[in-house]
Design a protein around this ligand. Structure first.
Ligand SMILES: Cc1cc2nc3c(=O)[nH]c(=O)nc-3n(C[C@H](O)[C@H](O)[C@H](O)COP(=O)(O)O)c2cc1C
Length: 252
């Protein structure tokens, strides 16, 4: 079964090069209106977005992400956990309860921010725009916090870049769904090795624009590379979360 929304979603590719065609303010307004309608945990809307327009800040962000092209993506936004706003609203009613700092609030905000970002991306792609997520800002959350003047009880989640695409990449293959969907319980039995091998071959044939246009490694080898990588600041992300005033809930 297909409609235009589904056709657009099934055609998702990350875009990393953009034309000079500006994105109209009206288009951005529509995308943010869609974002604002996203489902939100307990209705609290515990996320915010910072549009990054200052060229100096864009450069700094690109340096944190170690992806130079991010500085020149026409529309750039950082999605945040934002419990600061609601805490201020509660404080205006005289409420200063410490539960505002619970990790539960953090995770609600994290999910809200991720869903809002994805909803905006789906809308953007349906209008023919190309989009890019960048989680690489979490290479150094403290620097992002400083760069964007993030107050306590906020935290960066993911960046989104978008504009009109100047490339038409292949669809990146995905694992077959029977490796991802279970019924009633998690099935830990060994998956059919043929399925992984077939996916490895598919990935190897995929031409990855992220990797300077080289053919990809097998998925299995990519997994090994990723799971053996440990970036110090990313491994210690909870310390940054704590510095932003959240209570990790681990006792003192
Ligand atoms: C949360 C999140 C963070 C991501 N961070 C980055 C990033 O920092 N840099 C990047 O080039 N792509 C990033 N991506 C894009 C993924 O690499 C991409 O979605 C994935 O390889 C699948 O490719 P496709 O989107 O073209 O299908 C991110 C995607 C998500 C969902």
């Amino acid at each position: 079964m297909r409609n235009e929304t589904i056709a657009s979603q099934l055609n998702h590719r990350t875009i990393r090069a953009f034309t000079d065609q500006p994105v109209a303010d009206e288009t951005m307004a529509t995308l943010f209106a869609v974002m604002n309608r996203t489902a939100t945990s307990t209705g609290m809307q515990a996320y915010s977005v910072i549009r990054v327009q200052d060229p100096v800040k864009r450069q700094a962000l690109a340096a944190i992400c170690r992806q130079t092209y991010i500085a020149s993506v026409p529309q750039l936004a950082v999605f945040l956990v934002d419990v600061y706003r609601n805490r201020r609203i509660a404080a205006s009613l005289g409420c200063h309860h410490p539960a505002a700092r619970d990790m539960d609030r953090f995770f609600q905000g994290f999910t809200d921010a991720a869903l809002a970002a994805q909803n905006l991306v789906v809308a953007a792609e349906s209008l023919g725009l190309g989009t890019l997520f960048f989680g690489s800002l979490l290479n150094d959350p403290d620097q992002v916090i400083q760069l964007l003047d993030l107050p306590e009880l906020t935290f960066p989640v993911v960046g989104v870049g978008l504009s009109y695409p100047a490339q038409n990449p292949q669809l990146k293959p995905r694992l077959p769904l029977n490796l991802k969907i279970f019924t009633d319980r998690y099935d830990t039995s060994e998956p059919d090795p043929n399925l992984i091998e077939a996916y490895d071959r598919e990935m190897q044939a995929y031409y990855d624009l992220r990797d300077n246009g080289r053919r990809s490694d097998t998925f299995s080898r990519q997994v090994v590379t990723r799971l053996t990588q440990s970036l110090d600041k990313r491994a210690r992300i909870l310390q940054s979360v704590k510095r932003q005033g959240f209570d990790l809930g681990l006792g003192s």
